[in-house]
Design a protein around this ligand. Structure first.
Ligand SMILES: NC(=O)c1ccc[n+]([C@@H]2O[C@H](COP(=O)([O-])OP(=O)(O)OC[C@H]3O[C@@H](n4cnc5c(N)ncnc54)[C@H](OP(=O)(O)O)[C@@H]3O)[C@@H](O)[C@H]2O)c1
Length: 260
């Protein structure tokens, strides 16, 4: 299996590193020097004489998506799968550029792919054939959990949940760290404990399948310290409204990217 990345910055390189154990990976990116076990090429012409890539991953920023499409267009066939990581860029815009031959997938990965614990949400115009699902599972399965979405309209919600979600949790932990300092902890201690708390609850969730509210209930005794804090988050529905506004803002921003 040969894979080609166009663009290999933060997300592209994270995926490429996780893939090289299973397949031959090439990449084109004028700004990236070397990636362990992945082969840098200068242009698409350098692939002549090599098996055409069965998987092409477009990993440039959304506002520059047309150029990578034009770069790969000459080597596409009905055997090619093109995966676009570009947040907010719709399938019809990609297929207008790439033509009718390739199978085109929009994918939204998130940062924990770096720790092989990512969420990788995929969508195609039609329900994917079994062979396509298997190809994607072989290529990306080591990097985290793969979800096939029912319809492209779900991708804005995916972006607002798993795409941007890790940053919300980190933002929350940053505020907890600052408040712990205000309540008297040494900055270094607060930092280490906030970090360990976030890692710890993630590991606990990873080792079970209890719903989030059930796990929370196990550490929220009625009248206890956690309940006192949750009551503040719950007052006037403040947290629910804040999360609602924040995720709506992320989804709207995702919607607007296709126009750019
Ligand atoms: N990072 C995340 O957590 C995340 C999560 C989900 C989805 N994504 C998506 O993943 C994509 C990449 O994001 P990123 O954070 O990895 O961006 P990035 O770090 O900026 O990487 C993009 C790389 O592609 C290069 N590039 C631009 N145009 C190119 C071209 N025509 N041919 C070859 N290389 C080209 C860029 O070079 P220049 O710097 O010179 O432009 C850069 O090195 C985006 O579409 C983003 O929406 C990212």
């Amino acid at each position: 299996m040969t894979t080609l990345f166009i663009g290999c910055g933060r997300m592209g390189a994270s995926l490429a590193r996780g893939m090289t154990r299973r397949q031959v990976v090439y990449f084109i990116d004028p700004n990236v020097g070397a990636i362990t076990d992945a082969h840098k090429i200068e242009s698409i012409d350098d692939l002549s004489g090599i098996d055409a890539p069965s998987l092409i991953i477009l990993a440039t920023k959304p506002d520059g998506i047309d150029q990578p499409c034009d770069i790969v267009a000459p080597i596409l066939s009905t055997d090619t799968i093109v995966v676009s990581l570009a947040a907010g860029i719709h399938l019809d815009r990609l297929s207008a550029r790439l033509g009718p031959d390739p199978r085109i997938i929009r994918m939204m990965p998130n940062l924990p792919v770096l720790a092989n614990s990512g969420v990788l949400a995929c969508v195609m115009d039609n329900a994917p054939e079994e062979a396509t699902r298997q190809h994607i599972a072989r290529a990306f399965g080591a990097l985290g959990s793969i979800f096939w979405m029912r319809d492209e309209s779900e991708m804005d919600a995916v972006t607002a949940l798993s795409g941007s979600g890790p940053a919300y949790l980190l933002f929350m932990a940053e505020q907890m760290q600052k408040e712990a300092e205000r309540l008297g902890l040494e900055p270094e201690t607060a930092k280490a404990m906030a970090h360990a708390t976030l890692c710890g609850i993630g590991m606990l969730l990873a080792h079970g399948d209890e719903p989030l509210d059930k796990v929370r209930a196990t550490i929220t005794s009625p009248g206890g310290t956690t309940a006192a804090a949750i009551a503040v988050f719950d007052r006037d529905d403040v947290l629910r409204r804040l999360v609602g506004d924040a995720m709506t803002a992320a989804a709207l921003r995702s919607q607007s990217l296709n126009a750019g």
